[in-house]
Design a protein around this ligand. Structure first.
Ligand code: F6P
Length: 474
């Protein structure tokens, strides 16, 4: 281990930004998901080392080894995985076991011992590859469910410095979490971190419940902080709602990128109302439910006729996982059915775009939108909700329709809050949102903008790192 007195931030995540995105300063790059965007903002501010999977896989077995590239004050260190490792660790345990479990889809959870063993092996290899790069004073911040055991493995190697962990997804109720045969072991590993961060109070309460059920340690609150003590050591638990950089979505900053009307060639429909959905194509986002909600609204309000257009942008995600292949087929079938049923000459109700857009383009699309439907069945936070609000402006803001099952709904109380399982109720709420008077839209948008500015990505990383620095060293 190299000695150095300066405190460096070390971010560790499975997914890191592609090198090309540093080379062209993110211009033209499609949004890479909430984790990468928010961690990147933190790294750009403080500098440091970012360690993760290169995104590449090789046919042969891979031994511990890494590549480091300097991008100004950020050093990007990556390691490769083999094809087998990607399929067992990432596609298997991360995406078919932990993902549905943590998002409360118990019937989709796949339990396999070989994928769990691969997950443990890869967490160990992350630790063994990272450890020689560390300096004693470093602040290590591990991201997300792919790396629950990384802290434990680093401790096994002798790391005594500060270790933080942030979970970007929800924490389910203790009943759901206990489906995992390795629940106890996973929670023991989690408590090896000095600070565990979550998006919301609800997730924190669920985590404490699971810790009580699985481990039976002791929870206590001291000086406003939450602590859990088990087997002789104590971890701090905290709530740090992730956010965005609101300025990046100010459409005035993106006058050179196309509007949604340009992109869809809508010049001949000047009075149309636009409904927008933007998601990774993931079953947690509830896109089929949303399509049925739109269909129900057209059934109940035939007077809407060609006045309204629903644009659904679905970015490709985890395309080799069977559940995602099935979801894509289901969404495409439904879009076809609804368009077939309602289209009239010169009007097709749904435009479906299976692709990603750059942040600057999305900012313009949000700005042009009348109603943004953010209706996941479960979502850790959901940054589309925040991006949409940041892109509105004061004159004639659009309306955010937000699922109560997102982390974002905990603070964004002035959105139109809906239950997406209730197709009828959400269809009516969407109709009312389309008809909402401008004074009410402005009032709601002012209050939501204040939340988005307060809970920014900057505030998220600053407050987490400050809390981690305050934890006592072992
Ligand atoms: O934890 C959720 C998350 O990491 C998001 O930040 C991101 O949108 C998504 O998952 C990306 O998933 P993947 O890395 O599997 O493409």
């Amino acid at each position: 281990m190299v000695e150095n007195r300066r405190q460096r931030l070390i971010a560790v995540s499975n997914r890191v930004p592609p090198k090309a995105s540093f080379e062209n300063q993110g211009k033209g790059e499609a949004a890479a998901g909430g984790l990468v965007t928010a961690v990147r903002a933190a790294m750009e501010q403080s500098g440091g080392l970012w360690f993760g999977w290169s995104g590449r896989s090789t046919r042969r077995r891979v031994s511990a080894g890494h590549t480091i590239t300097d991008f100004g004050q950020i050093q990007l260190a990556t390691m490769d995985l083999s094809d087998d490792e990607v399929s067992l660790f990432y596609l298997g345990y991360a995406n078919r076991t932990l993902w549905p479990l943590l998002h409360s889809f118990p019937t989709r959870v796949v339990i396999r011992r070989d994928t769990y063993r691969a997950y443990r092996r890869i967490n160990r290899r992350f630790a063994e590859t990272l450890y020689p790069l560390l300096q004693p004073n470093d602040l290590i911040w591990v991201q997300d469910f792919h790396l629950f055991h990384l802290g434990y493995e680093l401790r096994q190697l002798g790391w005594q410095g500060r270790l933080g962990f942030f979970l970007h997804v929800p924490v389910p109720s203790a009943d759901v979490f206990s489906i995992l045969p390795w629940a106890q072991n996973t929670l023991e590993a989690l408590l090896q971190y000095d600070l565990v961060g979550l998006h919301t109070d609800r997730y924190l309460r669920n985590l404490v419940d699971s810790l009580d059920v699985e481990l039976g340690g002791e929870f206590h609150v001291e000086d406003g902080g939450n602590y859990y003590t088990y087997d002789g050591h104590t971890a701090q638990l905290g709530v740090f709602p992730i956010g965005i950089d609101p300025d990046a979505f100010n459409p005035r900053a993106h006058t050179d990128t196309p509007s949604l009307a340009d992109e869809l060639m809508l010049a001949d429909m000047p009075d149309r109302k636009l409904i927008l959905g933007v998601d990774r194509l993931d079953y947690t986002k509830g896109i089929p439910h949303r399509l049925r909600i739109f269909e129900r609204m057209l059934e109940r309000h035939p007077n809407l006729g060609s006045e309204v257009l629903y644009v659904q942008i679905s970015s490709p995600s985890r395309t080799r996982v069977p559940e995602y292949i099935h979801e894509k087929e289901q969404v495409e079938r439904l879009v076809g059915q609804i368009n077939g049923r309602f289209s009239q000459t010169g009007w097709v109700p749904i435009r479906y775009l299976y692709r990603s857009y750059a942040q600057s383009e999305l900012a313009n699309f949000y700005h042009d939108t009348d109603v943004c439907l953010v209706t996941p069945l479960r979502d850790g936070m959901n940054l589309v909700a925040k991006e949409f609000v940041a892109a509105q402006g004061e004159k004639s803001p659009g309306v955010l329709v937000l699922s109560r099952f997102t982390g974002a709904a905990e603070a964004m109380r002035d959105a139109v809050i809906v239950n997406p399982y209730d197709i009828e109720g959400t269809a009516e709420a969407t109709y009312r949102a389309l008809r909402m008077p401008v004074a009410e839209r402005r009032r709601r948008n002012r209050s939501l903008t204040a939340v988005v500015k307060r809970d920014s990505s900057q505030n998220w990383s600053d407050s987490f790192c400050a809390a981690l620095r305050r934890t006592s060293i072992r």
